[in-house]
Design a protein around this ligand. Sequence first.
Ligand code: NAP
Length: 268
Amino acid sequence: MKDKIVLITGGSRGIGKAVAETLATAGALVVITARTQNELDQTAKEIRAKNGRVLALAADVTDYDQLLELKQTVHQQLGKLDIAVINAGVIEPVNPGWKCDARTWQKNIDINLSGAFLTTHVALNDMVEKGSGTIIFISSGAASHPVAGWSAYCAAKAGVDHLNRTLAHELSQADLDIKTYSVYPGIVSTAMQEVIRTKTREEFPSVERFRGYYENDMLRSPQDPANLILWLCKTNPDHLNGQVVSIDEDSIRTQMAKDLGIEKPQSR
Ligand code: NAP
């Protein structure tokens, strides 16, 4: 990972923060982005305290102009991107489709799907110029299983998985050495899960199950998906190009632990 330039959206907290810390520790130059500058600054301070190299630049992934400005700053200060971890995301609205706020639904797609594409577009141009690169999307079980109360999130994540497949297909047809993966991170202890647990049963019929995951210590640490992403960045596996790569798959956890020389993450 030495000197690889990596963009991580939603890098201020949760899974994105763990990815930024992990890749910086492995020698990468990480660029973290999110909307809230003070949260980004705090994360950057923690990374620098461990001798990591990091740029913390605020941008909203729904605003293409802000993303282009961010890219210009990255070019001036570091160079062209090698890797992008497309992680920024929101869960709201949580309510059945006929009850939820339609504009919040649209905003969810703007962030989770259109925002994922806009960031990918910015990063891909760098990778095409460099002749190589890696794009990693963050998927969810909600991409393939309907979850009552989460129609926007489910639709957006299904879109992200198919964007991943389609891009991998386009890139390999064009003979470009750029790999794309969609990572399923498990159910992870982050602010997003805190929001989910505040919902009523009417808004989210499965809320008690999710409260149970927390009460019974069944949530994954953000470090597990961060290690999976480090493994993908380091090994760029051909056979997983364009695929959904799940932390819940035993063979994936076994291989990543072996290659990284770490303890195998538990099944959950
Ligand atoms: P989180 O702790 O709430 O972090 C979300 C990150 O995204 C924050 O940095 C947030 O910062 C940023 N963000 C949100 N909207 C943004 C926007 N418009 N522009 C730029 N940044 C934005 O959530 P998390 O659980 O770590 O989630 C990270 C990813 O994992 C998401 O894609 C999520 O869908 C996925 N995921 C999570 C779980 C889980 O169990 N936690 C499971 C499956 C998938 P600002 O609010 O400051 O912008």
